[in-house]
Structure formats: structure tokens, C-alpha cells
Design a protein around this ligand. Structure first.
Ligand code: THU
Length: 147
């Protein structure tokens, strides 16, 4: 499952819209039923409006009615080459904002979420729990929502 999720994130990254940073990121969200929803980073000429891959993937999952079904997320990234393919062996982890977005799914789903971090290429894959990446998180429960 881990390798399938990383592969899905790598495929998703091929559709990154990242002409400004030239850094392609792909994310794949594993749902409890085994299905996978993906996203890629979606940049904007007004740089600050850019969306990260994990956020796109989780918003897509939410739009399909599956935000609370997420059990794991894989993220990969790398510098986009002349053919539009992200390259490199440096492992990428979710940015701070994406950790908060993943936490929304984790808290509302009532489970910790596994986060697989990998590179555009190579074998290195690191496994974390969201609770390790974002300890003492603020979330829905602070507002009396969900679990
Ligand atoms: N990016 C992501 O998609 N996810 C992250 O967790 C980190 C950063 C994107 C944002 C921007 O399009 C590019 O990577 C360079 O920062």
C-alpha cells in the first residue's frame, strides 16, 4: 500500500501547475475503503494564492464526501525538468499549512493519519504520524466540532 500510494503521488506530480517555482509536488490520499485520491500543486501568478498538492488532494477528497475517510497521505516533490517531470532524491514533507489541513481530516475522522514522505525519484520513504508532524494541534475539537 505504501508503494502504491507513493507511486500515485508521483503520477499526480506530473500534472503540477508550477511554472513559478518549477517544483512539482504530488499527494495521494488513501481512504479507508482502499481507494486513492490525488492532487498536485496548483500555483498562481499571484504567488501567495498557490495551493499545495496535499491541500488539493484533501479538498478533492472532501468534495467527494470522503474527508473523514482519509487514513494515510503520501507526498513527493522535486525540481521539474525540461520534460515536465519532477526529479531528485530529496525527501519532501508537508509544509506547515498542509499539516494543519491534514489535521482537519484526522480529527474529524477520529484517527491519526500516516504520512509517507518521499522524493520524486529513488527508494527513500519516511513514515510519520500526523501527530508527530503537528503535535498539540489546534483543530475542530477546539471549536466543539467532531470527536
Ligand atoms: N508545495 C506543496 O505542494 N506541498 C508542500 O507541502 C510544500 C510546498 C508546493 C508549493 C509550491 O507550489 C511549491 O511546492 C514550491 O514551494
Amino acid at each position: 500500500m505504501r508503494d502504491r500510494l507513493v507511486a500515485a503521488a508521483r503520477t499526480a506530480a506530473l500534472k503540477a501547475h508550477a511554472p513559478y517555482s518549477r517544483f512539482g509536488v504530488g499527494a495521494a490520499v488513501l481512504l479507508a475503503d482502499g481507494s486513492v485520491i490525488t492532487g498536485a500543486n496548483f500555483e498562481n501568478a499571484s504567488y501567495g494564492l498557490s495551493l499545495c498538492a496535499e491541500t488539493v488532494a484533501l479538498a478533492t477528497a472532501s468534495s467527494a464526501g470522503h474527508l473523514t475517510d482519509a487514513v494515510a497521505v503520501a507526498v513527493i516533490g522535486g525540481v521539474i525538468d525540461a520534460n515536465g517531470v519532477p526529479r531528485g532524491v530529496a525527501v519532501v514533507g508537508p509544509c506547515g499549512r498542509c499539516r494543519q489541513v491534514i489535521n482537519e481530516a484526522a480529527q474529524l475522522g477520529g484517527r491519526d493519519i500516516t504520512v509517507w514522505c518521499a522524493a520524486a525519484e529513488g527508494e527513500a520513504i519516511e513514515r510519520y504520524l500526523l501527530s508527530e508532524l503537528l503535535p498539540h494541534a489546534f483543530g475542530p475539537s477546539d471549536l466543539g466540532i467532531g470527536n
